[in-house]
Design a protein around this ligand. Structure first.
Ligand SMILES: Nc1ccn([C@@H]2O[C@H](COP(=O)(O)OP(=O)(O)OP(=O)(O)O)[C@@H](O)[C@H]2O)c(=O)n1
Ligand SMILES: C[C@](O)(CO)[C@H](O)COP(=O)(O)O
Length: 246
């Protein structure tokens, strides 16, 4: 289906883990006996449509990633381990500069999202072919408030219009490059890659992801992650969970 495309994924793993408050990079914390980052890379290593993985890491962690993750788990699709930058978008931009010249579809993914499903990855690639740019996400479950000064609630946007963007975020390479060239020249800051592409006027599609595709950010997420690894199937097999398909 995708034989005409060379699909790269940039896995951003060069953050400071400040909100986790861990002594080590949160992506090196083991869940189910394996570092979070290894779980994440494994999902793209196993996806038949991914041709190249560019890993972006903190300079002082590149050798650890090379020895203790890429070589140890034999992630042969990892073509390069690149130094990250101050912000997530700086790290992604460094990854863009390292892409194989054959690449024409680029996915960006958080190293801190180890529970991405193969269907999310494939849906994202298909979304690029059909729409040029797309984001995996889920409708929010809570009512969202816009909070201004002195914690005053300024607005309550209609919940049926609000989605939580996840990753992978997926683009034809030329669209992503144009967005990043604009951001780097204008100083536009985005907390995700879609906003950087939206900024230059491209229409980005939202594609249904999975509520399990959490971004491991604070300590509570480690508890959720361990449960997703250990108890997921046991929980879903309970009699009271009668699912058509899961
Ligand atoms: N300069 C940065 C900042 C973030 N990331 C990566 O982008 C993903 C999402 O970022 P986030 O969850 O915010 O990670 P941190 O920036 O490490 O978290 P914090 O904001 O708590 O420090 C993570 O996998 C993180 O490693 C990155 O590659 N380079
Ligand atoms: C890209 C992202 O995961 C989409 O929700 C999110 O914006 C990353 O934010 P972070 O502060 O870099 O974790």
């Amino acid at each position: 289906m995708y034989k005409d495309y060379y699909v790269s994924v940039i896995i951003a793993a060069a953050g400071m883990s400040n909100r986790m408050g861990s002594k080590i990079n949160k992506q090196f914390i083991a869940i189910g006996g394996k570092p979070i980052l290894a779980h994440t890379i494994e999902k793209f290593e196993r996806c038949r449509y991914i041709d190249e993985i560019i890993l972006v890491a903190k300079e002082e962690e590149i050798e650890y990633c090379r020895k203790e993750i890429v070589r140890k788990y034999k992630f042969n699709k990892v073509a390069n381990i690149i130094r990250g930058g101050k912000e997530r978008q700086d790290s992604v931009y460094n990854g863009i500069l390292a892409l194989n010249e054959c690449s024409n579809i680029v996915l960006t993914h958080d190293g801190a999202r180890p529970f991405v499903k193969n269907e999310n990855i494939e849906d994202g690639i298909r979304g690029v072919i059909d729409h040029g740019a797309c984001v995996i996400g889920v409708p929010v479950k809570d009512t969202i408030k816009i909070v201004g000064s002195e914690n005053n609630i300024d607005d309550t946007p209609p919940r049926n219009l609000i989605w939580a963007a996840q990753t992978p975020q997926c683009f034809f390479k030329e669209i992503l490059v144009k967005g990043y060239e604009n951001a780097m020249s204008t100083g536009f800051f985005g907390t995700d890659d879609s906003s950087i592409v939206e900024e230059i006027g491209y229409n980005v599609k939202m594609i249904m992801g999975s509520y399990e595709n959490i971004k491991i950010t604070t300590p509570e997420d480690i508890i959720l992650a361990e449960s997703l690894i250990k108890d997921r199937d046991m929980i879903f097999n309970r009699r009271e969970f009668v699912f058509q398909s899961r």
